[in-house]
Write a protein that binds this ligand. Structure first.
Ligand code: FES
Length: 351
């Protein structure tokens, strides 16, 4: 009698007595012959491997210390470009090498110094019986003994130090920044308020810092703007992050301007803060057909024809408008600072 075999069970056959037989279809290839490593036979090579492991852990230790040093050596409070670059480089490299040193050291240790005898573990139900569990504990204990950590105090010390201090490379910057500058009144003023020496604060292209003439701003385009010559001032990056502006030219007839803001634009040219009022991403996508500006982070959409009001997305208030005017030579300048804080609505809470 034959039975229909389900898919995947083609190895099963039924004998005349009704018992299912499991014919052997594959030879167990077994394990390849064990090949001793260099260090298994040569004590010098073994010692060399031990030194290499220690060196890797020491690299980790030095990298962690370098990351902590970088945090203090290159403070980014003033957002000076050089310090920001160096801080990012040193802390990033320190963190990376700190972790890499421990990882590579541990792998090298396991591959060259620990017992490399192959072991076969038969498949069994997930929870073993008590005897199996006790055996597992024995295996782990054996593993600890195999690692010879007790007999290798140098590795033990280096690994212990590397693991112990590795978290410091991100804990120290974290704790150091907890006491940061939370003075939110800084967001009420930007570099547009005044120019050094009291002159006009001209609009300039970002990042080339070239003054912009009204005649250069064509309909349908969007110009990224920063205060002219801001780079020569202190805290340039911090000030720039607050003062960045987008400039667009529309048909003046399309602009819905309230009476008190009629002179904030020039011949259809309007300037708005580039800092999204949701959580501060730079709004940078301009749909010239609809005159909508989009924030790429969470898709808040602002209507430039209607005072940059929010028409979609999580932002809760319009982009602040920068009042602009044109001088005798046709260059655009800011009449004043923004009339409200730039950035996330959070800053309005004090009002
Ligand atoms: S930051 Fe702009 S939508 Fe969230």
């Amino acid at each position: 009698m034959s039975i229909e075999q389900p898919r995947g069970s083609h190895d099963l056959q039924q004998s005349e007595s009704g018992e299912v037989e499991h014919p052997e279809r594959f030879e167990n290839p077994g394990l390849p012959p064990h090949r001793p490593r260099l260090g298994d036979e040569d004590p010098k090579a073994n010692k060399r491997s031990e030194h290499q492991v220690v060196v890797l852990f020491v690299i980790s230790i030095i990298a962690t210390i370098a990351a902590i040093w970088g945090f203090f050596a290159f403070p980014v409070d003033g957002l000076q470009v050089g310090n920001v670059r160096m801080s990012t480089l040193v802390i990033g490299l320190g963190l990376g090498l700190g972790m890499l040193g421990i990882g590579v050291g541990a792998v090298h240790w396991a591959k060259t110094l620990m017992n490399d005898h192959e072991k076969v573990e038969e498949r069994h139900p997930q929870r073993g019986d008590d005897a199996t569990r006790a055996e597992a504990v024995d295996i782990m204990r054996e593993g600890v003994e195999d690692s010879a950590i007790a007999r290798r105090p140098l590795i033990k010390g280096a690994l212990g130090t590397a693991v112990a201090i590795a978290p410091l490379s991100f804990l120290v910057p974290l704790i150091g920044n907890l006491g940061g500058d939370w003075d939110i009144s800084k967001f009420r003023h930007t570099a547009w308020a005044s120019a050094p020496g009291g002159g006009r604060r001209y609009l300039a292209t970002d990042p080339t810092d070239r003054r912009i003439k009204a005649s250069e701003v064509t309909r349908g385009s969007m110009v990224h703007v920063q205060p002219w010559r801001l780079e020569e001032e202190e805290n340039f990056l911090e000030e720039k992050t607050k003062a960045v502006v987008i400039l667009m030219r529309l048909d003046p007839k399309l602009l819905k301007e309230p009476e008190e803001k009629k002179d904030w634009s020039y011949d259809g040219i309007v300037a708005y803060s580039k800092v999204c009022t949701h959580v501060g991403c730079p709004v940078a996508l301009y749909e010239q057909q609809t005159h909508h500006v989009l924030c790429p982070c969470h898709q808040s959409t602002f209507d430039i024809t209607d005072q940059a009001k929010v028409i979609f997305g999580p932002a809760k208030r319009p982009l602040p408008q920068l009042p602009i005017a044109v001088d005798e030579e046709g260059y655009l300048y800011a009449q004043s600072d923004f009339h409200e804080p730039v950035g996330p609505s959070f800053w309005e809470r004090e009002r």
